[in-house]
Write a protein that binds this ligand. Structure first.
Ligand SMILES: [Zn+2]
Length: 119
């Protein structure tokens, strides 16, 4: 049975209604892909996780922008990050950090914020 809004949703979206993430994890090969935040959490926490993810719109958008880049000059990345996070933020990329490592760190930051919100 389909949810009423399913036709409007990205077919790659997390199967949990209202979740803004991509579905990347299919536990049990059900064809029902959840995002990593939902896939590994108890179902009782799913609604809170969805709400927490939706509150992190700026960070999610930033991560999505990073994912669209194959490579980016460090100065360009730093400049883009400064526009989002401001000077001196701990969320700015370090000079030694690769784009892939930075993307990973931003994803961990999102996971940590969601976990803090629902704990
Ligand atoms: Zn999800």
């Amino acid at each position: 049975m389909r949810e009423r809004n399913d036709e409007d949703r990205d077919p790659l979206a997390c199967a949990e209604p209202g979740c803004p993430m991509l579905g990347t994890v299919d536990r049990g090969s059900s064809g029902r892909f959840l995002c990593s935040a939902h896939a590994w959490a108890e179902p009782a926490r799913w609604r809170g996780i969805t709400e927490a993810l939706n509150r992190q719109q700026r960070l999610r958008q930033f991560i999505a922008d990073l994912r669209r880049q194959d490579s980016v000059a460090p100065a360009v990345l730093l400049s883009a990050a400064r526009q989002v996070w401001g000077d001196g933020s701990p969320l700015l990329p370090a000079s030694w950090e690769t784009l892939e490592a930075y993307r990973e760190r931003m994803h961990r930051e999102l996971v940590a914020r969601v976990e803090e919100a629902v704990s």
